[in-house]
Design a protein around this ligand. Structure first.
Ligand code: GH3
Ligand code: MG
Ligand code: MG
Ligand code: MG
Length: 294
């Protein structure tokens, strides 16, 4: 079996400890976390990374259906596949289980091989979905968000903050010269290293994306304009001092120009804010490069 699949974590939720023991024995090749109530399960999910959930329906206090509904409402847990594992054999329960977001329905008593096979299928599907999600949202060269995902996340964050929200545009100076002088592969190495440097200096909850060839954008929240200006100065200065090895014998240094715009009362959309940051970037280019402009 695919190693990554085998290292998956499965949460088993059942009010009967003997049922949990049975499942634990069957899934002994996996990392299994037991929970004997819906409440415990939801608490565990706040701190544990779980790839799949096996969920009983009839439980005192909180039913499996209620647990599933709560999972589907939360951004953090809504994509975890849920397999119902239950003694309920009636059609209404089966229908309800799928309607509220279950991916499969296994009735007790079950055949161990069947449970194992279904668990494996759903883990593999989940793994593929995550891979596709990564491919669809990340820039292949640098690993940061691609243009589409950046705009989506930036817009969401724009709508969450009234102020203390900032857009930044960054563009490598005279990048074409790197390609012309050292070749496209060297250019790619510089692009990758550039995003590594910027990522390492950004606050953890910033959204950072590659929006064009050698153009990047950031949205972030900060306590004041001054904090962001200091951050940009440090990015520009650190970047200009970092030499990038483009092959075992050659190193290059480049510079960056940045433009920043703060969200204010009259900023109507993320597009407007990014355009303002782009205008500031243009000014940085016009007035000497290797600098940031507000
Ligand atoms: P400026 O300081 O005005 O920004 O000049 P520049 O040379 O950085 O800007 P210009 O827009 O003239 O050139 C950008 C170059 O980036 C041209 C393009 O071939 C190169 N480029 C775009 N995407 C990639 C890529 O993925 N890899 C490599 N190696 N080069 C790329
Ligand atoms: Mg039960
Ligand atoms: Mg450029
Ligand atoms: Mg450019």
């Amino acid at each position: 079996m695919n190693n990554e699949i085998q290292q998956s974590t499965i949460l088993v939720v059942d009010d009967s400890e003997s049922n949990i023991e049975i499942v634990l024995a069957i899934l002994d090749n996996y990392d299994v976390i037991p929970a004997t109530s819906g409440k415990d399960a939801l608490e565990l999910l706040a701190s544990e990374n779980v790839d799949l959930i096996l969920l009983d329906i009839l439980m005192p206090e909180m039913s499996g259906f209620e647990v599933c509904e709560a999972l589907k409402k939360s951004e953090e847990t809504k994509n975890i596949p849920v397999i119902f594992l239950t003694a309920q054999k009636d059609e209404d329960s089966i229908e309800a289980a799928y309607l509220i977001g279950g991916v499969d329905y296994v009735t007790k008593p079950f055949k161990p091989v069947e449970l194992l096979a279904r668990v494996k299928v759903h883990l593999e599907l989940q793994h593929l979905i995550q891979k596709l999600e990564h491919l669809a949202t990340r820039d292949a060269l640098t690993g940061i968000y691609n243009r589409r995902k950046f705009f989506k996340l930036a817009e969401k964050m724009f709508n969450e903050y009234d102020e203390q929200f900032y857009a930044i545009m960054l563009d490598i100076d005279f990048f074409k010269k790197i390609n012309d002088q050292y070749g496209h592969h060297a250019g790619d190495i510089v692009l990758k290293k550039t995003t590594d440097i910027i990522s390492s200096l950004l606050p953890p909850d910033s959204i950072f994306g590659r929006i064009g060839g050698e153009e990047f954008a950031v949205v972030l929240t900060a306590n004041s304009d001054k904090v962001v200006i200091t951050l940009l100065d440090s990015i520009v200065s650190t970047y200009s001092k970092t030499s990038i090895a483009i092959n075992p014998t050659q190193k290059v240094t480049c510079t960056l120009s940045c433009g920043m715009a703060p969200k204010h009362q009259f900023t109507t959309s993320i597009d407007v804010l990014l355009r303002e940051a782009d205008e500031a970037l243009y000014e940085a280019k016009q007035t000497g490069r290797n600098k940031s402009v507000v």
